[in-house]
Design a protein around this ligand. Structure first.
Ligand code: DC
Length: 229
């Protein structure tokens, strides 16, 4: 039987990580976990419980409520992907809304939130055969992952892709709003004290600016084959 490895995919917001991770997971029959969805789920909980004031998390309050947050992924046959559940409620669509995007990077700076989610993510990966995407997957969650990819793309192309995605879902926003949120999140994600987004020295860089989805998948698949060979 073929060895089932761990694949870590990190990179900036909206560079196509999740799309690539999802299609590679489907092709090689691996589990795909979108770790950003988990940070978004915690953020939605905090927003609903007034644990964020004027864009700033009330950290002490957030910590008091952490044990009430139960996150899980459940397969949705209609979309052929896993949806995020927050305390048994399907929140997959809600966590993608711009107001959650506007708050999530601040929630992701809280050490105890990260510890809780990293712990859950590591448990999901104990058996291998998993592709996880995020910001700290190759550096913190799975530092021994056999294959690490660092995905990137220009700011303009990333903002355009995210804008098109939101518009196609009927969500009201502007290109500038999406662009500004993306730059602000990159800044926070890369400069926070707790597990900032970094490109580890053993990661292979994939710049998706000029690549089609098929070309990205081909490249990642070749790297996977080389790794298991
Ligand atoms: O991948 P995404 O845009 O859905 O991630 C949402 C936010 O969560 C992002 O701004 C940074 C944070 N995040 C993180 O800090 N660590 C991860 N492993 C995944 C996401």
């Amino acid at each position: 039987m073929q060895k089932r490895i761990t694949i870590a995919i990190d990179g900036h917001s909206s560079c196509g990580k999740s799309t690539l991770a999802k299609s590679l997971a489907k092709k090689i029959n691996y589990i795909f976990i979108d770790s950003g969805a988990m940070y978004r789920g915690v953020t939605l909980f905090c927003m609903r419980n007034q644990l964020i004031e004027n864009g700033t998390p009330l950290t002490v309050e957030v910590l008091k409520h952490l044990s009430e947050i139960n996150l899980s992924f459940r397969y949705n046959p209609k979309t052929d992907k896993a949806d995020l559940f927050l305390n048994d409620e399907n929140v997959e669509e809600l966590i993608r809304l711009p107001d959650v995007a506007a708050n999530v990077s601040k929630i992701a700076t809280i050490k105890e939130v990260r510890q809780k989610l990293v712990d859950e993510q590591q448990k999901m990966g104990v058996k291998g055969g998993i592709i996880m995407d995020g910001r700290d997957i190759g550096s913190v969650v799975f530092p021994s992952a056999e294959l690490k990819l660092f995905v990137t793309a220009s700011n303009e192309i990333r903002a355009q892709r995210r804008f098109d995605e939101l518009v196609s879902k009927g969500i009201q926003t502007t290109f500038q709003e999406v662009y500004d949120n993306l730059v602000q999140r990159d800044e926070l994600d890369s400069n926070r004290t707790e597990s900032p987004l970094i490109q580890t020295s053993d990661a292979v860089v994939i710049d998706t600016t000029l690549l089609t989805r098929e070309e990205q998948l081909d490249l990642a698949y070749q790297l996977y084959q080389k790794t298991i060979a």
